[in-house]
Design a protein around this ligand. Sequence first.
Ligand code: PLP
Length: 393
Amino acid sequence: MKKKISESLQPSYIELSRSALEENFSFLKDRAKNGVRISSVIKGNAYGHGISAFIPLAESCGIDHFSVFSADEAAGVLKFRSNMNTDVMIMGMIRDSELEWAVKNGIEFYLFEMERLNRAIEVGGKLKMKAKVHLQIESGMHRTGFERKDWDEVFRKIKNHPDEIELKGICTHYAGAESVANFFRIQNQNKTFKEALESAGEVFETIPSIHASSSAAFLTMPDKQYDMVRIGIAQYGFWPSRETYMHHAKANEFDEDHDPLRRVMTWKSEVMSTKWVKAGDFIGYGNVYMAGRDMRIATVPIGYTHGFGRNLTNSGYVLIRGERANVSGLVNMNMITVDITDIPGVEKGDEVVLIGHQGGDEITVASFGEMTNNLNYEILTRLPASIPRIVVD
Ligand SMILES: Cc1ncc(COP(=O)(O)O)c(C=O)c1O
């Protein structure tokens, strides 16, 4: 392992656990009703896990559909997929100028504007290939999606262009299924979505795939699975929110040891150097931290440039030899200093865990950011793409 890091010349690396991912998918598949397909959401560099390593890993767990936000991310799937039949779907940004490329490469994409539909028909006609589209319904999130007044026209236009357009699916997105506060909004959205499906049923004989749920709705509302679910955060081993976890925990009688989701990611670095500091001396820049006793400190070559936020100054911690070492002093651009006075025997080269398990302890992404679980998303996706990702068993 050490050899691989030094080959990359990077001061830290992220391990992806194959067994954790396998267990997560097996838990998710157990919850999916018969025939419901899981689309793995890998936008934001696979939520920081790194698409080049994550895509083949997910494929080895049986995944054959990926959802991304934009054309560049779809290109990443084409590059890193190991199975040529694996599908990719763009849920967001694709320029008119990119449609031809998408159609040629069999990339599925969301359709939420008449203009995009017209352009897709044009491109399909020009290439004599069908544009594979998922019709997005505006059900109440008010971000993107066809409004009710347009449904009939859109359905009929698609129906009338069978050589240019292939309807792959009809979909919507719930506005915050991870919180019970949004319950009524989600129920209303689902009602509208069902009405759209009814109208579509009057025009199309079959709709190949209907999908609406992301992790939170999937984990808490089994009646909304339809044919496919788009799973992001849960596959990586995180509950979308504390509420979602409580929903699961309640069904399992609050057995604390019964978290079936395992974190796939561990972020590691190593001790760069150690040093003794006398009581009364300041550590690092300015007077941010004064040694209250004779202290032994370790420098770790990680800083805010690597995603270790300055807000962790004097408050974050890392794991070394299975013990917590507090960040003592300002988080620098490339370095932190941590207190190892009470951890015997620490040496240069010792493994340092920044996120994940070491010994019997764990640094969660939430505690790493000192924020709520909801912000796992933001902290994960901010981890720089340049950190090497290594698959371990
Ligand atoms: C349209 C859409 N579907 C699915 C997801 C996956 O969500 P989650 O990570 O909560 O499973 C997202 C992520 O934000 C999304 O935008």
